[in-house]
Ligand binder design. Structure first.
Ligand SMILES: [Zn+2]
Length: 59
């Protein structure tokens, strides 16, 4: 089983700043296309930014 590990795109809930793994929206030739989850499991927020865009990711 040649399945190279692929890190899912991650999204940050803007309300509680919890990081969520993106859900797979589509398979592409290069991997998968991700989209943010429908709602935050922690606070039910629906606004997400990709982790790369989150200004506070310096941990
Ligand atoms: Zn949240």
């Amino acid at each position: 089983m040649a399945h190279s590990p692929e890190l899912p795109k991650r999204y940050v809930c803007v309300d509680c700043q919890t990081i969520h793994a993106g859900t797979v929206a589509e398979r592409t030739d290069t991997g998968h296309r991700y989209e943010p989850p429908g709602a935050c499991g922690c606070c039910d927020g629906t606004e997400f930014v990709s982790e790369a865009d989150w200004p506070h990711v310096d941990r």
